[in-house]
Structures are given as C-alpha cells and as structure tokens.
Design a binder for this molecule. Structure first.
Ligand SMILES: [Fe+2]
Ligand SMILES: [Fe+2]
Length: 288
C-alpha cells in the first residue's frame, strides 16, 4: 500500500497512531489479572506516556467545544467512503510496511470478524468505517486530538481513566465547577448531552450518524470510551437508553481489540461485498 512521502508531524510523540491502539490491546489482553491490569503503566513506552500527557493536558471543555464547532458543520471535504479510505492510507508514519497492518487492513480485519459472526450489515459497515475519523491527523490535528481513550470534559475525571494524574496539567482541573461529579451536567442526563474529549470517534459519528441505526451510532461515537464501556464509570451521567445501547459498544469492542490475525486481509477477495455494503448505506460522495 502506498505511503506518502513526507515528514511526520513535529512534536508528535507516537511513531504511528497504532501505537495507541496496541497499548489499549495490551492493556486488555485476554486472561490478564486485575493485578496485571493495574500495572498498565508498565505496558506504556515513553512515547505512549508522552502521548497521554499531551492528551490529558489539552482536552479542555473549551477545546472540545471549539473542535465540534470547527468540524461539526462537515464543511471540510466531500468524498466517498472509498476516497476517504484511500486518503487515510496516505497517513505518514514509521510503521514497517512489511509487518504492520495498514489502516484499511485493521478496518477490514475488524469488519470481516463481525461479518463471520453473522451480525447485521450495518454492524459490519460500522466496523469497516469506525476508524476513518483518523483522517483528522492528515488535516494537521495533533495526535492527542485524534486518538486516545475518551472521557467526559466539564465534570470530574474518573479514576478509571488511564494516567489520570496527567489531568493536573489540564486548565479545567483548576476550575472547581468543572470538577464536581456532575460538573456542567444533570444527573443521568444521557451521554448525548455530555461532551467527550475530541477525537476520531466523535468525528466519524458526526459524519456518519444520519446513515446508520442508533446502535451503530453508539459504536462509532463511544468505541474509545473505555472508562465507561470497560470499567462502568460515568453511569451517573448515562440514561436508560445509554445503558441499553452500550451492549453494542461492548460487543464491538471485542472485535476492535481482538480481531488482529496474523494473516493480512485480502481486500480484492471481498471488494464486491464491501462495495455493495457502502452503496447501500453511504452511497456516493458525502460531506466530511
Ligand atoms: Fe478507533
Ligand atoms: Fe479500531
């Protein structure tokens, strides 16, 4: 697959975005004991640690609101899903093209695992597009505003968020009103009213929400919300609908984390299936 020539973003701690994904997968490796899990910091190399330092310091309520405003109007681009997938493949990184999966290969492994288990077509397609929001990086957004475990801003940080101590450098942590359990929100107001840290999840949700049933919207929007879907945090902000639909987020997460096989997926063999799928749900060029 083609990789664009050029320089990686300056000041970007991760050598590629998968370094974060790999850290998460290691953290939740099957069979890991609670004890081992609590030692997650040992699984984080210095670049991952630096990544979280930047992420936790920079994701303020104001930052999130500004990014939603900047990207929420979907005025950035008009591209088909295929054009955007090809664009994502140009992401410059230092991964080894012989052994590391490309972005699209990760998407395909996820969606093919979902398909093998006989899930509905919208679920397969949600798997295929769930990380397309990483194109944010190609528009100059820093890594800490593209990937990372997501968490609500505008209220207290749960101690279920990894590297929670790095929030000390976040300006919001000095604002008492933003540090109560509910902060700017009402009890059980529902996650739709809660602002999560900005990244590829919220962005792909904004792009794709009108093409998908609600469970798929939840998958796209909350797939990196590990404090909630893995650790049960923030239930005081969730409503009954969130509780119900999070079963889909959890179901999806297993595919996202554990579908990495040793074999590279062969796109040519499944191309016509995916062309049919994309034209059924997201035909033609769409606004990004
Ligand atoms: Fe993702
Ligand atoms: Fe993913």
């Amino acid at each position: 697959m083609a990789r664009a020539a050029g320089k990686a973003q300056s000041g970007a701690p991760l050598k590629n975005l998968e370094e974060w994904d790999d850290f998460v997968a290691t953290r939740y490796r099957p069979g890991k004991s609670q004890e081992e899990f609590r030692n997650y910091q040992q699984d984080a190399n210095p670049t991952v640690t630096e990544f979280y330092r930047q992420n936790h310091a920079g994701q303020t309520l104001d930052f999130v609101l500004a990014k939603k405003k900047e990207f929420g109007g979907l005025k950035r681009d008009k591209k088909s899903v295929w054009e955007m997938a090809a664009f994502l493949e140009t992401l410059v990184d230092d991964s080894d093209p012989d052994t590391d999966l490309t972005q699209i290969e990760h998407l395909l492994q996820t969606s093919e695992a979902i398909r093998r288990d006989g899930h509905p077509r919208w679920f397969v397609l949600a798997g295929f597009i769930h990380d397309l929001g990483k194109v944010l990086c190609l528009w100059g957004e820093p890594q800490w505003a593209v990937v990372g475990d997501t968490f609500p801003v505008g209220c207290a940080y749960s101690d279920q968020i990894v590297f929670r101590e790095f929030f000390a450098a976040n300006p919001d942590s000095k604002v008492p009103e933003l540090q109560t359990p509910y902060g700017i929100y009402e009890p059980n107001c529902g996650l739709d009213r809660v602002h999560l840290s900005w990244g590829h999840d919220e962005y792909i949700y904004l792009v794709a929400r009108n093409y998908f049933p609600e469970p798929a919207q939840y998958i796209l929007r909350y797939h990196s919300f590990y404090p909630a879907h893995k650790h049960g945090a923030y239930r005081h902000l969730m409503n009954a609908r969130d509780e119900e639909l999070f079963q889909w987020v959890r179901k999806f997460n297993a595919y996202d984390l554990y579908s990495k096989g040793t074999e590279r997926p062969r796109f040519e063999e499944v191309r016509s299936y995916y062309e049919g799928l994309v034209s059924e749900f997201m035909p033609g060029q769409i606004p990004w």
